[in-house]
Design a protein around this ligand. Structure first.
Ligand code: DQA
Length: 147
């Protein structure tokens, strides 16, 4: 069974409490259950990782080498600031999909720059939890094609 790693960055663990007008009222545990269900439906083994620390996210990406077949990443605020995260994705060469709950292209100017996107095959933004399902199914179709 192919393995997918889902990485969520800073403050995603605060879902439910955090700016519900932007991110909704569902909790981080709800998100984890949603991702688990979507991955299961698509026939993937999934591991979810969340950290508020950029270095821990870089470490996790490095450790994924040779273990995971795809990475789904919502780097949260590090999307707009981190060079180390896309560098790590490029270093391991694992196919990656970037996901954002909100539509960063329609928000503040500083959110409209993603350094992560150049290390990802596609970016899905503004679809809430559904974006993670789309990312899972992107891998399902691309992995079938590449078989
Ligand atoms: C986010 C968008 C980022 O700009 C923000 O810093 C987040 C969440 C999203 O999922 O919409 O923390 O990545």
């Amino acid at each position: 069974m192919k393995k997918i790693l889902v990485i969520n960055g800073p403050n995603i663990n605060m879902l439910g409490l955090r700016e519900p007008d932007i991110y909704g009222t569902k909790t981080f545990d709800d998100l984890l259950a949603f991702i688990g269900g979507a991955a299961n439906d698509a026939g993937f083994e999934v591991q979810c990782f969340q950290s508020n620390s950029e270095g821990a996210i870089v470490d996790k990406i490095q450790q994924a080498y040779g273990i995971f077949d795809g990475i789904i990443i919502n780097p949260a605020a590090y999307t707009h600031t981190s060079i180390a995260i896309p560098d790590a994705l490029k270093a391991v060469g694992i196919p990656a999909v970037e996901v954002h709950l909100s539509d960063i292209s329609q928000r503040e100017a500083y959110r409209q720059i993603s350094y992560t996107s150049e290390a990802c095959q596609i970016t899905i933004a503004g679809k809430g939890f559904e974006g993670y399902r789309e990312a899972v199914y992107f891998f399902k179709s691309s992995m079938i094609q590449n078989k």
